[in-house]
Design a protein around this ligand. Structure first.
Ligand SMILES: [Zn+2]
Length: 104
């Protein structure tokens, strides 16, 4: 192998090891964190609308596909972040809360 490529491959290998080690150490440190959660925020999973173009004009037959439009969708989700270690957690679960206020 060319010297330049050999060095790049070596650099990639060393970097990957350092990355894996940092990831393990961060996970271990976070597992012992006492987590101070910042207020949760609404962070929905959004899929923007899109259109699948149908078959070109002039093409016919029983397997002809027309234009297909997929509407935008929003799935409720919340996230919270730890002020100490930066861990982010997500949840799609929530409790319903009904508040009643008197009306005169
Ligand atoms: Zn934490």
């Amino acid at each position: 192998m060319d010297e330049r490529f050999r060095k790049l491959v070596q650099y990639e290998r060393v970097s990957k090891k350092a990355y894996d080690l940092a990831k393990r150490e961060l996970r271990a440190a976070r597992s012992s964190c006492q987590h101070e959660w910042i207020e949760a925020k609404y962070n929905p999973v959004v899929r923007e609308e899109y259109t699948i173009p149908g078959d070109a004009l002039g093409t016919m037959g029983e397997d002809h596909r027309g234009t297909w439009h997929v509407h935008r969708s929003e799935k409720p989700r919340w996230s919270r972040t730890c002020a100490i270690c930066g861990k982010v957690e997500y949840t799609e679960r929530s409790d319903e809360q009904i508040t009643r206020t008197p009306r005169f």
